[in-house]
Design a binder for this molecule. Structure first.
Ligand SMILES: Cc1cc2nc3c(=O)[nH]c(=O)nc-3n(C[C@H](O)[C@H](O)[C@H](O)COP(=O)(O)OP(=O)(O)OC[C@H]3O[C@@H](n4cnc5c(N)ncnc54)[C@H](O)[C@@H]3O)c2cc1C
Length: 468
């Protein structure tokens, strides 16, 4: 490695880590500067992460292909890539299998790597980062050292944490259930559904997007998939013929807001759109680019009220299903392959014959199911996580929890806020871990912008003399 080459470790090779690695290489080439990226993730494939690792072709992107480009300045990149791969003109309005998107992201990094030559390089390491510490030396840009589960350490001038969707904590899980061989704590773990029996019903806890995907995989004749959540609300579908989002433009949102006023405003716009276009969805879609700003303009108390009272209602309107997925779920319900209930799990334990889980819900429903699967989604409350790297960051004061305990607290450029009066370490994050500060930060339209901005920010740094 030549002197002056910036050493960056990117932790996590899902969409966020892959995009930030690609943008680091591109920015280095443009700036004529050396960068050596170590991209660390135990997953065998780059770019898939949790969302795009599925091989089930029924698991579709919930955003149209035309909005999923890896490049914020070139909206057509994914559609062109896919059209070339599939040797057909792909419509930007299509909802395509998520597995395709994972391949696209891996290829996007390969393209940047090829253009980077020997000065802008990436090394993919299949390992888990379990600890991080500041390098003990004088100066303000000391860099950090990361410990790998497989042994060994990596020194870096800058680190990007792209840890993404962290495993659900499952606070609802009754005592003793976790130990049951028929309980699936995280349905996205590779091979998690392999042992779900085909001849017995299953119960999915949670009725959001994860449940919809898992139900589509498991709802086959011979068994019924039962889904339950407190409100029993399923995500609403996208419109079959989505109106052009450019038709709808909300002006900048200025000044302090209150939640009640915001709700009135959205309802008013929804009624307006329904009257003029027969559809409420543009009222949600036009707000989307402004959500981070709106989030910051709400008072702490209003944000807390939103999290405890409005969240689920907002999510079913904001995180919508592709029309084909909605149709498939409706068909499964009609055929008796899927039921949805509004209730809570009161009791759940391994059944007396040891072949399943005996479960009782708060509405009186009870059954013995072949598997009980936690579909409550991923965990953003950072203090709830047992993840060793997260614990280490908090214990050493390199990071502090974000507002409302969601993710880490970050500066405007994504750099972690250190505890107390400590100097911030050269550690940045993006995506899901910025939820407390930004709220709307988990999907590709936001992540690709953050990745490009972060890469430019990090490339502007000097290497640490002590490490060069
Ligand atoms: C089921 C599902 C479907 C989705 N569909 C869409 C969609 O259609 N469109 C859209 O825009 N968004 C979608 N999203 C949102 C999605 O979260 C983002 O698009 C994107 O996948 C987030 O990527 P990420 O890299 O931040 O997180 P992840 O995909 O969770 O990747 C994080 C990676 O970090 C690794 N990691 C974690 N800790 C460590 C460690 N200590 N050391 C090393 N590696 C580590 C993990 O192994 C993982 O590979 C979906 C999300 C889910 C859960």
């Amino acid at each position: 490695m030549s002197e002056g080459t910036l050493r960056v470790v990117v932790v996590g090779a899902g969409a966020a880590g892959t995009l930030v690695s690609a943008r680091l290489l591109d920015s280095a080439v443009r700036a004529g500067r050396g960068v050596a990226v170590d991209l660390v993730d135990p997953a065998p494939e780059t770019g898939r992460g949790l969302a795009y690792a599925t091989s089930d072709p029924r698991h579709l992107l919930n955003v149209t292909a035309g909005r999923m480009s890896a490049l914020p300045h070139d909206e057509g990149d994914f559609v062109r890539w896919l059209s070339a791969r599939e040797a057909r003109p792909v419509d930007p309005g299509e909802y395509v299998p998520r597995a395709r998107y994972g391949s696209y992201l891996a290829d996007a990094l390969n393209r940047s790597e090829a253009a980077g030559g020997s000065t802008a390089t990436v090394r993919r390491r299949h390992d888990l980062v379990v600890a991080i510490e500041r390098k003990p030396s004088a100066g303000t840009n000391n860099g950090v050292r990361l410990q790998l589960r497989g042994g060994g350490a990596l020194d870096a001038d800058a680190v990007v944490l792209a840890l993404g969707n962290l495993a659900p904590s499952g606070e609802w899980i009754p005592a003793g259930l976790r130990e049951s061989p028929h309980f699936v704590a995280d349905p996205w773990r590779p091979g998690a559904l392999a042992n779900a029996p085909t001849d017995r019903d299953v119960l999915l806890v949670g009725t959001g997007l994860t449940m919809c995907d898992i139900a589509l995989t498991l709802a086959v004749s011979g068994r019924t998939v039962h889904a339950v959540s407190r409100r029993g609300l399923l995500p609403l579908p996208h419109a079959a013929d989505a109106p052009s989002r450019t038709t709808f433009q909300l002006g900048p949102v200025t000044g302090p807001l209150d939640l009640a006023q915001l709700k009135r405003g959205v309802r008013h716009r929804a009624a307006l759109y329904r009257r003029h276009y027969g559809d409420w969805r543009p009222a949600v879609d036009e707000l989307r680019p402004h959500i981070s700003q709106v989030w910051q303009q709400l008072s702490f108390a209003d944000r807390e009220r939103f999290l405890t009272g409005e969240l689920r209602n907002w999510e079913v309107h904001r995180h919508r299903l592709p029309p084909a997925t909605d149709q498939a779920l409706a068909d499964a319900q009609r055929a008796g392959l899927l039921t949805v209930q509004a209730a809570e799990v009161v009791k759940a334990r391994t059944s007396d014959d040891g072949c399943g889980v005996s479960v009782q819900l708060s509405n009186g429903w009870s059954a013995t199911v072949g598997a009980l699967i936690n579909c409550t989604g991923t965990e953003s409350r950072i203090q709830e996580l047992a993840d060793p790297l997260v614990r280490c960051l908090l214990d050493l004061g390199i990071a502090v929890p974000g507002p409302h305990g969601l993710g880490f607290d970050t500066a405007i450029d994504g750099r972690l806020t250190a505890a107390g009066a400590r100097t911030a370490a050269p550690v940045w994050t993006l995506g899901q871990l910025r939820r407390g500060n930004l709220w709307e930060t988990t999907a590709i339209p936001e992540i690709r912008v953050q990745a490009a901005e972060l890469a430019a920010r990090i490339l502007g740094r000097k290497t640490a003399p002590a490490l060069a």
